[in-house]
Design a protein around this ligand. Sequence first.
Ligand SMILES: [Zn+2]
Length: 438
Amino acid sequence: MRGLRVWSKLLGVEHATVERVEFAEDASELVVHVRPSRTKRGRCGRCERRCPGYDQGSGRRRWRALDLGTVIAWIEADAPRVRCPEHGVIVAAVPWARHDTGHTRFFDEQIAWLAVNTSKSAVTRLMRIAWRTVGAIITRVVADIDARVDRLDGLRRIGIDEISHRKGHRYLTVVVDHDTRRLVWAAPGRDRATLEGFFDALGPDRSKLITHISADAAPWIADVVAARAPQAVRCADPFHVVAWATDALDTVRRQVWNEARQLARAENAALGKRGRGRPRGDAPARVGQQRARALKGTRYALWKNPEDLTERQAEKLAWIAATSPVLYRAYLLKEGLRYVFKVKGEDGKQALDRWISWAQRCRIPAFTDLAKTIRKHRAAIDATLEHGLSNALIESTNTKIRLLQRVAYGFTNPEALIGLAMLSLGAHPPQLPGRTHG
Ligand SMILES: [Zn+2]
């Protein structure tokens, strides 16, 4: 390899001839002038069909390439237009870049890889690029992968979930494959029309092959599933069932806290009558205030799985057990329901029987109500226990997408967030440019 051909190898420009190379902008940027090889010339930018030429377009154009050492590199070439029978007058395709973009394919691939594998600030500083542009690149890299692979092939057992983002104002509907444990589909929105979009993409033949669908109890999911995949066993999503219990527990916690605050207020009023100022040594203990304060910090101790508690949180829990029997009972009920999905199978079903009768007589309204809800969805919950569909997949997908949202915050459209989720959690992670072996 000699002379100008070295440059095309360095920049990953194939099917093109390098005409000349020059420094620009105080030698901090390198411009490589190229022209596509004969076979790649005069093709439609969209469909790459060979078309008659139209005009010279708006002259020469530059594409940002991967840096060469410390120097920013550009590819420069003519950007003529052709007349495609399908796509009309359109800028001709170039072999080194996707249609209508300002970056080379190699640049795009590297951005996508970095976005998935490093931090936002690492990508933008290393690549000297705005985060918004990263979002656009991710979207087109994913579109390219989707044109090549069919993520919906071979689906048998799937999970459907909705994930809120932007502080609960926007939603995504996501579909995961329980067998490969991959994210296979996502779209903005959470309604029938959104989910219909998934079954449209899947098509009637493949919809018939779905054997199990886990989802939360939302009617819009149930209705669409019943209409489009009636043969599939509906399984309740353990993640959401346990979340119901966590919500009920939180209701109880707030009630107990409010009671303590009322007590504190009554104590203050009593102190006020006895004169101003702080309670003295002989003043009655301000139980209400102390309890209200202590309860405020118990949320995480109650929420977390007991095996994940810090020492301090474990102490809080012991304090709750000693001072607030109702709240502690609510906590045990939440943990009891979690246990049901941990043991699964026949044991799980028996544990659920015991749990329901316990919750029914617990005299805590939030949990007697929950017992009713659970009975209503018993068939779907039993299906989950029988088929051993795991809670962990939906839960971890949910958590990971929430983290990605934080990363994707500067992206202007949900497609970039979906793209990032697909690249990170789907079956086709981004590849580094020019690598054939890892
Ligand atoms: Zn075309």
